[in-house]
Structures are given as C-alpha cells and as structure tokens.
Design a protein around this ligand. Structure first.
Ligand code: AMP
Length: 213
C-alpha cells in the first residue's frame, strides 16, 4: 500500500502514521524526521535546512525532491510506504507523480487529516520533549510524572509564533494539494478531532476500502 498523509503541522499525522505502518506492514517516510536528523548531525543539508525550519518556512523543492528520489530507491519500501510531510507543494507532488510512474507504482490514497487551527496551536505550544529520552509530553494533557525525572525543552519550531507561520504556509502552499489529489479521486478527508483511537478508526475505514486499487 502506498499512501500520502496530508494535514497541518500538529494534526497528529506523525503519531497516527506509526500505527498505520505497524498495522499495514509498510514503512513511514517522514521528511521532517530526515531533516531533523541532518540538523542534529550537522550535515551540509542540515545546516541549510535549519535556516528554513527554524523560521517555519519550507525547505526548497529541489532539495526535498532529491531526498525523496533517493529514499524511494531503497529496498525498504517494496511492500509500500506512507509519506508523512511530503509532498508539501504542487511542484513536489508533480515530481512524485513522475518518479512513481517511472517506477510503475500507484498511490492507493491520500489521507487528509483535518483539525482546526486554534486546537493545533493549543496542542503544539504546550508540547515539550525530554532531552534524555526524546519522549513527547503535553503540559496539560500528558504532563510528566515527578518520577519521570525529565529535562523538558520546546522544539524551536513549536514556539507559538513559528506554529502560526507554519499554519499559514500550510494554507497557502500545501492545501492546494487537496484539490490536486481530489481531481484524481485519491483524496479522503478525515476528522482529526477526538481521541487517538477514535481518529485511528476513521482512518482504518478509509484504508480498508482502498487496499485493492
Ligand atoms: P514536519 O516535522 O513534517 O512538520 O517538518 C518540519 C519542517 O521541516 C517543516 O516546517 C519544513 O521546514 C521542513 N519540511 C519537512 N518536509 C518538507 C517538505 N516536503 N518540503 C519543504 N519543507 C519540508
């Protein structure tokens, strides 16, 4: 199965993706994770990407398309993949179409997770990460216990001003993809409000109807 997961930053795509991949036996490709690893390792790519990421801007299309082109060649994805965070612009989507048709691959569906912006801001601006374990907490909904002994920090791009910028970028550059994939009959909207299990059940219903295409 080959999927794209669209949705604003902080809509829960990352967490839902991990579950989908486990249940459907496919691999996740998160361009955000690939970039963050490069930033951490201080590679050339990481240095360039950090400048855009810290401002909440998109990394240029050419860089992102090259990353996906080399990623898709890996044998890891023979059984399928879930793209989380790519494509984010029309040129990225067109490049992906070109790559997949050359490889003789078809998309099963594009999931579009919908969550109101105000809820996202509340979710992300209170999100914290533990320095030692990388575990994600929420100061209101999932605060650390005293015995967790955490050292919390806030991701640079989780600050409220940057989130607002990221949401604006989503509206202007990524949202047009919904129309793009709808015209191909591939886009399926999912209500992303509710607890994790509830939202996951909505996703599974769509995926099960798209297994054979
Ligand atoms: P994410 O974790 O998917 O929200 O990505 C974090 C940041 O990485 C984004 O705000 C962008 O700066 C950058 N990024 C990730 N994927 C892409 C992409 N497909 N195109 C451009 N920038 C990206």
């Amino acid at each position: 199965m080959r999927l794209i997961f669209l949705g604003p930053p902080g809509s829960g795509k990352g967490t839902q993706s991990q579950n989908i991949c486990k249940d459907y036996g496919i691999k996740q490709i998160s361009t955000g994770d690939i970039l963050r690893k490069n930033v951490k390792d201080q590679t050339e790519l990481g240095k360039i990407a950090a400048e855009y990421m810290n401002k909440g801007e998109l990394v240029p299309d050419k860089i992102m398309i090259d990353i996906i082109a080399s990623e898709l060649k890996k044998p890891d994805y023979l059984k399928g993949f879930l793209l989380d965070g790519f494509p984010r612009t029309i040129p990225q989507a067109e490049a992906l179409d070109g790559m997949m048709s050359k490889m003789g691959l078809k998309l099963n569906c594009v999931l579009v997770l919908e969550v109101p912006h105000e809820e996202i801001i509340q979710r992300i601006s209170l999100r914290r990460v533990d320095k030692k374990t990388g575990k994600i907490y929420h100061l209101l909904f999932n605060p650390p216990l005293p015995e967790d002994n955490v050292e919390l920090y806030q991701r640079e791009d989780d600050k409220e001003e940057t989130i607002r910028r990221r949401l604006m970028v989503y509206e202007s550059q990524t949202k047009p993809l919904i129309k793009y994939y709808s015209s191909m009959g591939l886009a399926f909207k999912i209500n992303g409000v509710g607890d994790f299990k509830e939202v996951y059940e909505r996703i599974v219903k769509v995926l099960d109807s798209r297994l054979e295409v």
